[in-house]
Design a protein around this ligand. Structure first.
Ligand SMILES: Cc1cc2nc3c(=O)[nH]c(=O)nc-3n(C[C@H](O)[C@H](O)[C@H](O)COP(=O)(O)OP(=O)(O)OC[C@H]3O[C@@H](n4cnc5c(N)ncnc54)[C@H](O)[C@@H]3O)c2cc1C
Length: 433
C-alpha cells in the first residue's frame, strides 16, 4: 500500500515551498508529501487517490485559492477521504483579518474543516510540526488495518464482538477488529495458534500484541480490563498501595463520566485518597462522542474517549484508584471508627465487597432510554446499536443507516456516520430536530 499522503495546497509559491519542505523534512520518512498551487489539480489527485484507495492523512489548504476555494476543497475531502484531517493553512496574523476569521469559523461550524494551521514561519518550526503531528496521530487511530496494540478477531456482526469493541474504544484501548474468515483474521489466528483459525464462528480472540503477545479466548470484560492493566478489584491495581487503602478511603466516586473523572482529579490533587468505581467504561456518555468541541482548553476538539483517557491519566498520576466493570449497589451510613467523630459511609461494590469512605460523590449521570421494540432489542449489537457511532462507524461503510432521535447526539452521529455510510436517515417523532 502507498504511504499515506500529506497534501498542501497554496497559491503563494514561496509559502507552498516552505510548508512542503517542512513537512518533507519532519514527516517524509513515513508519508508522501505533495504540494500543489492549483486546487483543481489537487482535487483530481485526491479523487485518484480515493479510486486507488490510497490513504490520505492530512490536507492543508489556503483559504483563498482561485477557482475551488480552500474550504470547498476540504469539504470534498470529507467525502473522498473521511478519515483525513483537514485544515485551512493561514499566515501568521491572519486571525486579525475578519474575512479569514469568518472563513475559519464558517468552515468549522459546517464541519468542512477540523481547524486551522499557521504556516511554518521558520525552519524547524516546532509549533507547525506539533500541530501536524497531532492531526496525524488522530488520523492514525482511524486506520483499520494498521498494526495495532490489540487485535480482536470475532464473528462479523457478533453482539459480543460489538460489546468488546465498544469497551475497548470507550476505555481508550487502541485496537483493530478483524472479522473471522477474512484473510487478515486467518493470518492472525494462525500466528497466535488460536483454535479454529479458518472458521467464521469460532471463539472471540483477543491478541494483546503490545503486551507480550498474550492471547485471550472468549474473555469477560473483567478479564479484558485486567489484562490491559486496568483495576477491577478493590485490592488495588498493583501500582498504588495495598488492599486496606482501597477499602477505606476519604472519597468514593461512583461513576467515571466527566463529572466522576473531574471529582477524582480534584479530590486526589487535594491529597485525598480516592477510589472511583465505574460500571461500564471511562468517560460515561461522553466516551461515545466522536467530537467534543466545547470542553475548556481543547479548541480543536477531541473525541470523548480521548477526553476520558486524559482525565483518567490525570487522576491516576495524582494517585486516584479506579475499579472498572463494577457497580456500586448500595450506600449506607457507617458508624465512625471510634464511635464519635465524623460519620462515614459504607458502599457495596458488585462482586468485590465493601468500601468505607468519609464522603461519597454520586456521579452516576444518565443511561440511554431503550426503544423497547422487541424485534429491535433482539438485534442489539448486531445491526442495532446504542450510542455507538464511534466504535461502529467503519463497520457501517457503504451501509444504509437510520438514526433514531432528534437531539444533539443524533445530529452528531449523523455528521459522523455520513462520512462512511451510503445513506444516513434520521427518524424523529417531533416536527423538528
Ligand atoms: C453522543 C454524545 C455526544 C455528546 N457530546 C457532547 C458535547 O460535544 N459537549 C457536551 O458538553 N456534552 C456532550 N454530551 C453530553 C455529555 O457527554 C454529558 O453531559 C456528560 O457525559 C455527563 O457527565 P456525567 O459524568 O455527569 O454522567 P455520565 O457521562 O452519564 O457518566 C455516568 C457514569 O456513571 C456510571 N454509573 C452509573 N451508575 C453507576 C453505579 N451504580 N456504579 C458504578 N458506575 C455507575 C455510568 O456507567 C457512567 O459511566 C454528549 C453526549 C452523548 C451521548
Amino acid at each position: 500500500m502507498a504511504r499515506p499522503l500529506l497534501l498542501v495546497v497554496d497559491r503563494d509559491l514561496d509559502a507552498l515551498a516552505r510548508t512542503e519542505g517542512e513537512l518533507a523534512r519532519r514527516f517524509g520518512a513515513d508519508f508522501r508529501v505533495r504540494g500543489e498551487s492549483d486546487s483543481t489539480v489537487a482535487l483530481e489527485q485526491l479523487r485518484l487517490a480515493a479510486e486507488r484507495r490510497d490513504p490520505v492523512a492530512l490536507v492543508l489548504a489556503d483559504p483563498w485559492l482561485p477557482g475551488v476555494g480552500g474550504a470547498e476543497l476540504l469539504r470534498s475531502v470529507r467525502t473522498l477521504h473521511p478519515d483525513a484531517a483537514r485544515a485551512l493553512l493561514v499566515p501568521w496574523g491572519a486571525w486579525a483579518d475578519r474575512r479569514t476569521a469568518d472563513e475559519i469559523l464558517r468552515g468549522m461550524s459546517h464541519g468542512d474543516i477540523d481547524y486551522y494551521v499557521l504556516e511554518p514561519w521558520s525552519s524547524p518550526d516546532e509549533l507547525f510540526c506539533r500541530t501536524v503531528s497531532e492531526f496525524v496521530q488522530v488520523w492514525s487511530r482511524t486506520v483499520e488495518n494498521r498494526r495495532r496494540e490489540v487485535v480482536v478477531v470475532g464473528a462479523a456482526r457478533d453482539p459480543r464482538g460489538h460489546a468488546v469493541r465498544s469497551l475497548l474504544t470507550r476505555n481508550g484501548i487502541p485496537h483493530a477488529y478483524l472479522d473471522r474468515g477474512t484473510p487478515e483474521a486467518v493470518a492472525v489466528l494462525r500466528s497466535v495458534e488460536a483454535p479454529e483459525p479458518t472458521s467464521e464462528d469460532g471463539p472471540l480472540v483477543i491478541w494483546l500484541a503490545a503486551l507480550g503477545g498474550r492471547v485471550l479466548l472468549d474473555p469477560t470484560d473483567v478479564e479484558i480490563c485486567r489484562a490491559w492493566g486496568i483495576g477491577t478489584d478493590l485490592g488495588g491495581d498493583g501500582a498504588h498501595g495495598g488492599e486496606d487503602e482501597v477499602r477505606d478511603v476519604d472519597l468514593l466516586v461512583v461513576g467515571a463520566g466527566p463529572a466522576g473523572l473531574a471529582a477524582a482529579v480534584y479530590g486526589s490533587s487535594e491529597g485525598l485518597s480516592v477510589v472511583c468505581v465505574e460500571e461500564q467504561a471511562l468517560g460515561g456518555q461522553a466516551g461515545t462522542s466522536s467530537l467534543i468541541r466545547n470542553y475548556l482548553g481543547f479548541s480543536r476538539g477531541l473525541s470523548g474517549a480521548e477526553l476520558a483517557q486524559r482525565g483518567f491519566q490525570q487522576a491516576w498520576v495524582f494517585g486516584a484508584r479506579f475499579v472498572l466493570t463494577r457497580r456500586v449497589t448500595a450506600v449506607q451510613p457507617d458508624a465512625p471508627p471510634d464511635g464519635a467523630g465524623v460519620p462515614r459511609f459504607r458502599a457495596t461494590v458488585s462482586d468485590v465487597g465493601e468500601v468505607r469512605a468519609r464522603a461519597v460523590l454520586l456521579a452516576t449521570g444518565v443511561a440511554y432510554r431503550r426503544l423497547g421494540v422487541p424485534a429491535l432489542e433482539a438485534l442489539s449489537g448486531s445491526g442495532v446499536y446504542y450510542g455507538a457511532n464511534v466504535s461502529e462507524a467503519h463497520g457501517l461503510a457503504g451501509a444504509h443507516t437510520v438514526i433514531v432521535g432528534g437531539g444533539n447526539s443524533a445530529g452528531q452521529a449523523a455528521l459522523h456516520l455520513q462520512r462512511y455510510a451510503a445513506v444516513v436517515a434520521i427518524v424523529v417523532r417531533t416536527p423538528d430536530l
